[in-house]
Design a protein around this ligand. Structure first.
Ligand SMILES: Nc1ncnc2c1ncn2[C@@H]1O[C@H](COP(=O)(O)OP(=O)(O)O)[C@@H](O)[C@H]1O
Ligand SMILES: [Mg+2]
Length: 223
């Protein structure tokens, strides 16, 4: 659904993405893994069309609708429901749709609460609902459970599975190998702005083909 062809992004002399060629196909989630600074966030932002390439290209299937949830989503200083309402298209049957979305992310009954008073995990789920309000064909999630406890992480992963089962293509980044194992259909290992390996998850975890993949899984690939 998205194809990177030799996509390169640089900031000054620093190369952040280095001739990345990769395709995200329809189906189960694609998980980007790699150490801090590998380029995961930049890759997601580029796929969303938010980063200017220095060279190469990124094409998106028939301008499929895309949405992104950043690592630290910012909520409007309004109710949870109003945060979703803000993202909905004009003319939609809003009240019912808001209820549906709150339900989907396990926040039924939270609509009237001030969004910024919700817990970290609840805000992350509200951010997911807000992104889904755009009815995306592709959903990018940058470290969706980075600072959450195990219960909140599980809640987020359950939503990701449900959304994926509805046919939305999910592309997410994580540095949590367990999360990658639980969610990934295919895995992209990034290191220093390059795609080191891209393989079906079963293959990647059973027989990693590169030294970097082995070191990453052993916790030794740090930068
Ligand atoms: N706008 C920018 N200007 C300069 N350096 C940047 C910019 N954005 C990202 N970087 C650098 O690019 C590298 C990759 O960043 P990022 O995509 O955030 O990696 P990750 O999400 O894998 O941790 C990091 O070293 C980061 O400091
Ligand atoms: Mg990042």
């Amino acid at each position: 659904m998205i194809i990177f062809t030799d996509a390169t992004v640089a900031a000054g002399k620093v190369t952040i993405l280095d001739q990345v060629s990769v395709a995200f196909a329809a189906g189960p989630p694609t998980v980007l893994i790699g150490p801090n600074g590998a380029g995961k966030t930049t890759m997601l932002r580029a796929a969303m069309g938010l980063v200017k390439l220095n060279s190469g290209a990124i094409s998106c299937l028939s301008s499929a609708r895309r949405a992104i949830v950043f690592q630290r989503p910012v909520m409007l200083r309004r109710s949870a429901a109003a945060n979703i309402d803000y993202a909905l298209a004009r003319g939609e049957a809003r009240t019912q749709r808001i209820e549906e979305l709150l339900n989907l992310v396990g926040l039924a009954g939270f609509g009237d609460r001030p969004a910024r008073r919700l817990s970290g995990g609840e805000q992350q789920r509200l951010a997911l609902a807000r992104a889904l309000a755009r009815d995306p064909a592709i959903l990018f999630l940058d470290e969706p459970s980075a600072s959450l406890d195990p219960a909140s992480t599980k809640a987020i992963e359950d939503i990701i599975r449900a959304v994926s089962a509805r046919g939305v293509k999910v592309v997410l980044s994580t540095h949590d190998l367990g999360q990658a194992k639980r969610l990934a259909g295919d895995v992209v290992l990034l290191h220093r702005g390059r795609v080191i390996e891209h393989a079906p998850a079963s293959e990647f975890f059973a027989e990693p083909k590169t030294d970097q993949a082995l070191r990453f899984m052993a916790g030794e690939l740090l930068v």
